[in-house]
Design a protein around this ligand. Structure first.
Ligand code: ADP
Ligand code: ASP
Ligand code: MG
Length: 406
């Protein structure tokens, strides 16, 4: 007998027929003698719709009320799954974030989990009752509903698995595992049997949607055994594991991409100490994260061009903040471009192998793709390129690093 957490994403609970299918899978785990907690997302498309409602209702809104609205999709699926399980003769009840409670800080819209009280569900699970928990939501110290950021049900599931000291946290989704790159963009993407926590963390933070970054972080910190698998087919999935569980490490394990960034260039700013601080200060004040940065001295002496990326959603605010200081910064021009994509190659093998970045630059050059900005970390190389080359870049890099499926 094991204690397990099963998480089902939006497509997996997309309609009643699928919820019935989920109930069947949950029932089989119960019949194997396991204690089961299930975490559900909202039906696919529902959260987007709820976010749109809030955005369309006012220009500026109270994030506490945003959370009240956007958390509601999960309430529906938790209740429905409990009903369908009961209908199949499986003991089950739904739990909303505030009922457990799953306590978070008060950063509404992207709250962090502080603690989950599991005594009551543990007791009931031991008696054979399935706990159906609404993902994505919690409660702050004031008793107000919070949400955990888009894709946050993954984090609910991993955190619940940690709190329950579960043997497994199975993330059921619409693909049958973690692939070398998004299988919807590259037909030759290959399913990985295992991936390290570190690589999964980079893949997620560089744009692979399959797991939320915070979920991987939580799994890594609490050593939760996470498996990503298909909710539609009974196939082995991908295990997220420690590095020493992987025998032969590829140099590059995966490629991720993100269309969520936009590029800003400050043209001909004076090349003197304090300029970068002068530029990034106002952005930090506006809570805008800067990701990639490149500075190049321009032909004209004493001047430099400074290029960097910000989240696409923050582009207008970033440009506004900089335009307000344009004179002070001495910039000739502020140019922005949102038709860009960041492509990243990831692999722990990079630590011990030289030439990974070079292969990337050569592969892109071979296709005539211009690199606009580069950034690297210990296990990742990222480049910013024009968005229209996304698929071509992914395909050529996938082949260049020997990742193509047979
Ligand atoms: P869920 O609703 O189940 O949480 P998501 O849409 O959040 O599902 O995540 C699954 C999607 O992640 C897949 O449909 C796939 O297109 C995308 N994806 C991106 N990169 C990868 C990857 N490397 N491996 C698998 N899926 C990926
Ligand atoms: N329903 C939420 C979202 O769409 C949370 C999740 O699905 O993980 O972001
Ligand atoms: Mg998801």
């Amino acid at each position: 007998m094991a204690r397990i957490v099963m998480k089902f994403g939006g497509t997996s609970v997309g309609n009643l027929e699928r919820i019935r299918h989920v109930a069947k899978r949950v029932q089989s785990e119960v019949e194997r003698g396991n204690e089961v907690a299930v975490v559900v997302s909202a039906m696919s498309g529902v959260t987007n719709q709820l976010v749109d409602y809030v955005n369309d209702s006012a220009n500026l809104f109270d994030l506490r009320e945003y959370d009240v609205v956007v958390s509601s999709g999960e309430q529906v699926t938790a209740g429905l799954l409990a009903v369908v399980l009961q209908d199949r003769g499986v003991m089950a009840r739904s739990w909303l974030g505030w009922q457990l409670p799953l306590r978070t800080d008060d950063s509404h819209g992207s709250a962090r989990i502080k603690q989950i009280e599991v005594a009551e569900i543990t007791r009931r699970m031991a008696e054979g009752q399935v706990a159906v928990v609404a993902g994505f939501q919690g409660v702050d110290s004031q008793g107000r509903i919070t949400t955990l950021g888009r894709g946050g049900s993954d984090t609910s599931a991993v955190a619940l698995a940690a709190a329950l000291q579960a043997q497994r946290c199975d993330i059921y989704t619409d693909v049958d595992g973690v692939y070398t790159t998004d299988p919807r963009s590259v037909a030759k993407a290959r399913k990985l049997d295992k991936i390290t926590y570190e690589e999964m963390l980079e893949m997620a933070s560089q744009g692979a949607r399959v797991l939320q970054t915070r979920a991987v972080e939580a799994a890594m910190n609490h050593r939760v055994r996470v498996q990503v698998l298909s909710s539609f087919e009974e196939l082995p999935g991908t295990l997220v594991v420690d590095e020493d569980e992987i025998m032969e490490q590829q140099v590059v394990s995966g490629i991720a991409y993100s269309r969520d960034e936009a590029k800003i260039t400050l043209v001909k700013v004076p090349d003197r100490p304090g300029v970068a601080a002068g530029i990034f200060g106002p952005l930090a004040e506006a809570s805008i994260n800067v990701d990639m940065i490149v500075q190049n001295v321009s032909a004209e002496g004493g001047k430099t061009d400074l290029t960097f990326t910000v989240p696409k959603a923050d582009l207008a605010a970033a440009v506004r903040a900089l335009e307000a200081r344009k004179g002070e910064l001495g910039a000739a021009e502020i140019v922005s471009d949102s038709n860009v994509v960041k492509v990243s190659v990831i692999g722990v093998g990079m630590r011990s192998h030289a030439g990974v970045a070079l292969s990337m630059f050569q592969a892109l050059a071979g296709k005539g793709i211009n690199i606009q900005v580069i950034s690297t970390s210990e296990i990742k190389v990222s480049v910013l390129i024009a968005e229209e080359y996304t698929e071509l870049a992914l395909r050529s890099l996938h082949t260049a690093y020997g990742l193509d499926a047979d």
